[in-house]
Design a protein around this ligand. Sequence first.
Ligand code: ARG
Length: 576
Amino acid sequence: MQKMRAIIAREITKLLENAEASEIESLIEYPPNPEMGDLSLPCFKLSKQLRKPPQAIAEELKSRIGLDSFARVEAVSGYLNFYLDGARFASSVISEALTQGDRYGSRNIGEGGKVVIDYSSPNIAKPFHIAHLRSTVIGHALYRIHEFLGFDCVGVNHLGDWGTQFGKLIVAYRQWGDAAEVESDGIDELLRLYVKFHDEAERDPSLEDQARNWFVRMEQGDEEALTLWRRFVDISLAEFKRIYELLGVSFDSYTGESFYNGRMEAVVAELREKALLEEDNGAWLVRLDAYDMPPALILKKDGSSLYHTRDITAALYRKATYDFRKAIYVTDYAQNLHFAQWFKVVELMGYGWAKDLVHVPFGRVSLEGASLSTRRGNVLKLEDVLNQAIAKTREIMEARPQPIADVETVSRQVGVGAVIFHDLGSSRIKDIDFKWEDVLNFEGESGPYVQYTHARACSVLAKAEAAGLALCEIGQQAPGEAVLGALPINEATVRLAKELSLFGERVELAMHKLEPSIVARCLVDVAQAFNRFYHECRIMAEEDGVRTARLALVQAAKLTLANGLRLIGLEAPEKI
Ligand code: ARG
């Protein structure tokens, strides 16, 4: 479809004076129903420039444009509507998909440029909670989307493994903790201690001072403090890695906040040298009044560093280490100000690359209307969510008359897929009210629906192979006229071809908008178009030529679904 747009834009540009092809291309729309054409150029904007009524422009363009690539062109109510030649269009889409295989939809936009993506980045020593899932799956999808488009990605987990919360944990552990319980219950026990600390601190505020002191000891390299800290980190990481594995997510680097200890002094000195630091009651900060923002705190009164300090240091480190073209940070929108502040500080330090720092915010998660808070112990543990989704999938699969062989693996793939897709399915900035019935609803626009459709396409192909039919080779030469010329053209077929052809441009749009939900929704569209084709068009019962051509379309749909699922971090089992 993108090629068709380019062809139209080129032809129209030839006919108009002072027209830019890119501008014309951006005007072209995909009409909501095929009676209004497959592509359409609204002539209203042109009407202003040309001082003629839109319908007159549409008619004039219609009479002068070359028709080669289209079945027909109509001028209706100020629109110039283009109707595809279904047969030619469908065969070119199928040929392209089958020759490109698992690269179908990809393009080399990045040309190897580096993109550093900071995602997941949980504060450890707390259970991995459902809000971390958002950063994890959005960031992971952005990683795969960029990679597919030719970027060289570096995934960084900026673990929250430093800060006063560890001081609190140390206080709680020394007063109420028990080594054996921490050993056996891991993060659950750490959470219990953390919640207990906050309960007790309401009665006894001196606990907060003690916690601050312990954190200062950590910063000063105190042996006892660091040993406890390391124990908490190890316990947390072991649990987090288990969850990442379940989600199929990985990172190229685990440089968390503690990594920057010892690296911040130089940055603080640089800020001072550049006359950006100002003292305020013993603390040090960078004023941002001129930019309508509160100051960025760099050092506390007691000399300890802050979240800003670490982020600035980390950005300088990443630029020096990776020389990124773009550095992306995925967090909830509550951190908008934080990122705006320190991005500005980096700019004020004189680094032109501050413009390449991108914050990708997402909406917050509430649980059946109530907000989630670790301090109050109101957490929804991701692992429980995943396990429930897996259990439900398993139940459905085992209730079938003939369950498949590998129920265990497939229930994991589908259950986890349901949870990931639930998170990615709508635009990231929307708040999510987490409802079990939504997550576990596998009908309609869900991950399992797309995965199931992919498996259905696989099963059609498997049946064909079992019947001794030769399928087109993927990644080889295009099947050609001899095969695809026999494809019967009807609405369901053209619609499916159209959805397949839109895949690549939607992936590109998802990259530009940093919005994986665009890929997720595209997959639902492809799946719906495929299911309609599957219900309306016979395959195996047809004569040879038609059957072979339709099987090629099924192959194209299958690989588009598989590519898209992979991009948003879902697996694509062949049998469900
Ligand atoms: N640890 C932070 C949190 O859980 C998110 C860190 C995001 N990354 C960053 N470089 N600041 O809120």
